[in-house]
Design a protein around this ligand. Structure first.
Ligand code: HEM
Length: 198
């Protein structure tokens, strides 16, 4: 879908969904074909991807400007859970990610946050599989896949309502879609690097 066609759709979260739907599908398929639950070493590779992603966005979760737009944003961080999961599974901490310190562009960051928050929806299935096939749990190895105590769906709806309510200029909305696409491309590259095909 072109950026112009996406912008004609109502609701920012829906526009971001439509603008990245095909990329998401391609990513899901690529991750699953690497058999991430085929053994703890494969799952650790998936956690390295998650670690790099959550490290990349952590400064957005801690940004006061973004927190003002998306109340409670800092409580949604999952980096610490990813670190604990990695330690549970491999007995060590992952290699620290390279830090990005360019200034935060709010619309671009909103696109990235859409992707990372959205990934917690799909995490429901991943948690079930991790529990069943690898014996992991909400308190060992699969903490970062756990849903919020309010329920995943409500937690997501609260996020998308706040995201929809942010006032942006049309050119900023284009940057939000680009941010979400960058985030998916970033994850795809990581998967290619860390998760060889099974
Ligand atoms: C780090 C990797 C991943 C990222 C960044 C990601 C991102 C996202 C995003 C942004 C959404 C929300 C879409 C919306 O607007 O409704 C989503 C939903 C979803 N994802 Fe993923 N995803 C990832 C991995 C996976 C994997 C491996 C699967 C497994 C097959 C998966 C399955 C799903 C499903 C089923 C939903 C929809 C859930 C629902 O509507 O209830 N995702 N994901």
């Amino acid at each position: 879908m072109t950026a112009e066609a996406v912008l004609a759709e109502p609701g920012r979260a829906m526009r971001l969904r439509l603008g990245t739907h095909a990329t998401h599908e391609k990513l899901d398929k690529r991750i699953m074909s690497a058999d991430p639950f085929g053994g703890l070493d494969r799952y650790a590779a998936f956690l390295r991807v998650q670690h790099a992603l959550h490290s990349r966005v952590d400064r957005y979760y801690l940004d006061p400007q973004l927190e003002a737009l998306l109340p409670g944003l800092s409580t949604r961080r999952r980096l610490d859970s990813v670190l604990k999961d990695f330690e549970d599974v491999s007995g060590e901490l992952p290699v620290p990610a390279v830090e990005v310190d360019e200034p935060v562009d709010v619309p671009t960051a909103l696109g990235w946050l859409y992707v990372v928050e959205g990934s917690n929806l799909g995490a429901a299935i991943l948690l079930k599989t991790a529990t069943k096939t690898l014996g992991l749990s909400e308190t060992f190895g699969a903490r970062h896949l756990v849903g919020h105590s309010d329920g995943r769906a409500l937690h997501w709806r609260n996020f998308t309502a706040a995201l929809d309510a942010v006032s942006l200029q049309p050119e900023e909305d284009v940057r939000a879609v680009e941010g979400a696409r960058q985030a998916f491309a970033f994850v795809y590259d990581l998967v290619e690097r860390e998760m060889p095909l099974a």
